[in-house]
Design a protein around this ligand. Structure first.
Ligand code: GTS
Length: 231
């Protein structure tokens, strides 16, 4: 088995981007196998490494780990980003699950039909500003500490910076009503591992453009309007 984790996915953000973020935050170097065609994906399925014939899949520590949450939990636990005890883990789970709800909407947004994009965009921005961001703003305000759980960086913080940046791509200035999130973003962006990941040329992926959307649809033999199918 390889020493460095190997990430298997298409050449885009999708569900794998949170894995890239978490490994980067933990300072872990990794390799990527980025497939480009349906044939590449079929070959991976034929290898028998994908438990459900689905990606993301991460090869690490002698395992072929699938299911995004399982991958993220394993990395968070291994690199001490998953709290100190059961209660802290429950709190991290609550934060992360909310952020993943938001993250999932944004993952599927590029795959929505052109005529529905504005409506979906409005919905995502409304959920971000009315449901999710107020929770994290309040948490940071109430305890006055640097990170969601206090003074130690956790998986929840890494997921939060990822979703903040994604929502900002959809609408700049979206944090104007959230001063604590603005401070949080500035603080976390300066952490050396995160700063490195934010530099051009890092393995961080851009939001899927039209070309990538078409490639992905071909790889997974997907229909139009993946957004509605998944939401
Ligand atoms: N619950 C799984 C997870 O979170 O990992 C879902 C994985 C999933 O649906 N993967 C898609 C896939 O492999 C690719 S993507 O949605 O991440 O782009 N689809 C192929 C298939 O046959 O389901």
């Amino acid at each position: 088995m390889a020493a460095k984790p190997i990430l298997y996915y298409f050449d885009g953000r999708g569900r794998m981007e949170s894995v890239r973020w978490l490994l980067a935050a933990a300072g872990v170097e990794y390799e990527e196998v980025l497939f480009k065609t349906a044939e590449d994906f079929d070959n991976l399925i034929k290898s028998g490494k994908l438990m459900y014939d689905q990606v993301p899949m991460v090869e690490m520590d002698g395992m072929y780990i699938v299911q995004t949450r399982a991958i993220l939990k394993y990395i968070a636990t291994k690199y001490n980003l998953y709290g100190q005890d059961l209660k802290e883990r429950a709190i991290i789970d609550m934060y992360v699950e909310g952020m993943r709800d938001l993250n999932d909407m944004m993952i599927y947004f590029p795959f929505s039909l052109p005529e529905q994009k504005q409506k979906i965009l409005n919905y995502i921005l409304e959920r971000a500003t009315e449901r999710f961001f107020p929770v994290y703003e309040k948490a940071l305000k109430d305890h006055g500490k640097n990170y969601l759980l206090g003074n130690q960086l956790s998986w929840a913080d890494v997921q939060l910076i990822e979703v903040i940046l994604m929502v900002e791509e959809l609408k700049s200035g979206i944090l104007s009503a959230f001063p604590k999130l603005q401070e949080f973003k500035a603080r976390v962006s300066k952490l050396p591992n995160i700063q490195k990941f934010l530099q051009p040329g890092s393995p961080r992926k851009p939001q899927e453009d039209e070309t990538t959307v078409e490639v992905v649809k071909k790889i997974f033999k997907g229909e139009d309007d993946l957004f509605l199918q998944h939401m």
